[in-house]
Design a protein around this ligand. Structure first.
Ligand code: NAP
Length: 543
């Protein structure tokens, strides 16, 4: 590790900044603070490798839903020119290789401590420093504490009666074994049909003897239409990178689509279907974010997209009873995070795949030999939980974080997370969150918003150093106004109309609050810049 200072009396490692996590966020934060600001910085990472989400999520079929050439860092033009993506939507190992390359290329590893989970972080009001304790019993202190723990890193394994008695093997997709799982000749049960379950289904089905999918909520999905990048395509991308990033940063969700202002309701039914068909053939998130401007704000407009997808499901799935069960009906398209798939609905035409609606016939328990629903018992060798995450707050709240007056973050956020700009929490000086609740985060192409956050935070710290300020802290009014604003924006959308993890609805007992900022990147970025121009309005500094 570089630049260590140890207070030998207390055995506390003294640093300028501590970063939690070494995924997309943590690695770039470390780089900025260390290389641009010259701060003695260390990143603590629970995994035994870098990569965050892409380190943990090794389930079959895991790949990115944003296109590779803009699901990456843009801070280094050289890196953009050097790196070759193999295809539009590369699989998890390729993204992990990329992140490992970044760690090596920028010499980050020497300041990343692996296999180290931060257990507690307490703000010491006398020294104005954060004191952290790791699960290995190590102590460190720093002026700044930055969370790069990610939005989707605490696995949600539902508390289903009897799981401990299951004689087969079970896995959660977010904690997949590094050595992989051999499904050949196995009867597999998959619980969950979110983005993960939808990616995993076709791949497991191709290998297993039989795959039973236990579906609670039928979901919409749009084909990814993955394809390899030819050398000509690679060249074209690299020649146009400036334009790609400009478009991505000015796009609502951080995607480099040409902006659209058209309404789905301005067109005749035939014209609209032709537009949807074109985008369906192109594939990917563009169906939601690049087709019509009002899909997420107008129910009637949304219905046109939802009906189109339902039509595609009907056309694709040969058995009408299965097609009926797969038909999404209880939420608007896009109100749950929209999956992107490769042959998901087609997989239900295989002889070795069956679908069980656990809305109609709920799971009663897991028995030693499989899953028992209200109507039937399914014998299984392997159960795969694709049941998602305690999103956006789960991982932070697993750490005992205490700010001023010993107030814990868990208490402060009991009724739902409160932040200012998704960047800071009142009462927790010098603590920053990258992609925190209240930021666009999961409603965006993450690397674009992560880079903006990291740069905002490092610019802020640089300004503090220049002005000899010791602490920055969001003020309570600014925080409360921001939370209100985030909710008001969400209320103007259809996001409220689904039981999604955006609202915490997937975790029993979790406060139902819309967590990400739905106002779009341009508005959010402008707001962050305005705050700086107004002398960090809404923040208080102490010298
Ligand atoms: P998810 O979207 O939360 O979906 C979880 C699934 O499990 C849902 O079908 C849910 O049903 C079901 N489920 C949850 N608890 C259950 C229970 N107790 N009993 C039965 N079913 C239960 O989780 P995910 O699919 O892992 O995706 C999480 C997020 O990760 C995504 O939304 C996305 O942001 C990200 N992700 C990204 C990529 C990518 O870009 N490459 C790929 C995968 C995931 P209900 O719908 O009824 O709650």
């Amino acid at each position: 590790m570089s630049g260590q200072r140890k207070n030998s009396k207390e055995n506390v490692l003294e640093l300028d900044a501590i970063v939690i996590g070494a995924g997309f966020s943590g690695m770039y934060m470390l780089k900025r603070l260390r290389d641009e600001l010259g701060l003695n910085t260390r990143a603590y990472e629970a995994g035994n490798g870098v990569g965050g989400t892409w380190y943990w999520n090794r389930y079959p079929g895991a790949r990115c839903d944003s296109e590779s050439f803009y699901y990456c860092y843009s801070f280094s033009k050289e890196l953009l020119q050097e790196w070759e993506w193999s295809s539009k939507y590369p699989e998890q190992p390729e993204i992990l290789t990329y992140l490992n390359h970044v760690a090596d290329r920028f010499d980050l590893r020497k300041d990343i401590q692996l296999e180290t989970r931060v257990k507690s972080a307490h703000f010491n009001e006398k020294t104005h420093r954060w004191e952290i304790l790791t699960e290995n019993g190590e102590r460190a202190s720093a002026q700044f504490l930055i969370s790069g723990v990610g939005c989707l890193s605490t696995a949600n394994v539902p508390a289903i009666k009897g799981l401990e008695n299951f004689k087969g093997d079970w896995y959660h997709t977010g904690k997949w074994p590094h050595e992989g799982v051999d499904f050949s000749g196995k009867r597999v049960g998959l619980i969950g049909t979110g983005s993960t379950g939808i990616q995993a289904t076709p791949v497991i089905a191709a290998e297993a003897d039989h795959l039973t999918i236990f579906q609670r909520t039928p979901n919409f999905s749009v084909p990814a239409r993955n394809e390899p990048f030819t050398p000509t395509k690679q060249k074209e991308i690299k020649a146009n990178y400036d334009e790609v990033w400009e478009k991505a940063r000015s796009g609502h969700g951080g995607f480099p689509y040409s902006p659209t202002t058209r309404s789905a309701l301005e067109f005749s039914s035939n014209e609209r279907t032709a537009i949807y068909e074109d985008i369906w053939q192109e594939g990917g998130f563009k169906f939601l974010w690049g087709s019509f401007a009002d899909i997420m704000v107008n129910k009637e407009a949304n219905n046109t997209a939802a009906d189109f997808i339902r039509g595609k499901i009907r056309e694709t799935v040969q058995d009408p009873v299965t097609a009926d069960k797969l038909m999404p009906h209880d939420h608007p398209y896009g109100a749950k995070r929209p999956p992107i798939d490769t042959n998901y609905f087609e997989t239900f035409n295989r002889d070795n795949v069956s679908l069980v609606s656990i809305k109609e016939s709920p799971i009663e328990e897991i028995t030693p030999s499989g899953v028992l629903t209200k109507d039937e018992e399914y014998d299984l060798d392997i159960i795969v939980f694709a049941t998602g995450f305690d999103a956006m707050t789960g991982t932070l709240l697993k750490i005992d974080i205490q700010g001023r007056d010993g107030e814990s973050l868990a208490d402060k956020w009991e009724a739902g997370p409160k932040t200012y700009l998704g960047l800071q929490v009142a009462g927790f000086p010098n603590f920053f969150t990258i992609s925190g609740p209240g930021s666009p985060s999961v409603l965006s192409n993450m690397p674009v918003t992560i880079e903006q956050h990291v740069e905002w935070i490092s610019d802020c710290i640089q300004s503090m150093k220049k002005n000899e300020q010791v602490c920055i802290e969001a003020n309570v009014e600014a925080e409360s106004d921001w939370v209100t604003h985030v909710n008001q924006i969400a209320e103007m959308t259809l996001f409220w109309e689904a039981n999604s993890w955006y609202l915490g609805a997937n975790i029993p007992g979790k406060a139902r609050i819309f967590m990400p900022y739905a106002g779009g990147l341009p508005t959010y970025f402008e707001r962050c810049e305005d705050v700086v121009k107004q002398g960090y309005a809404g923040f208080e500094f102490s010298a």
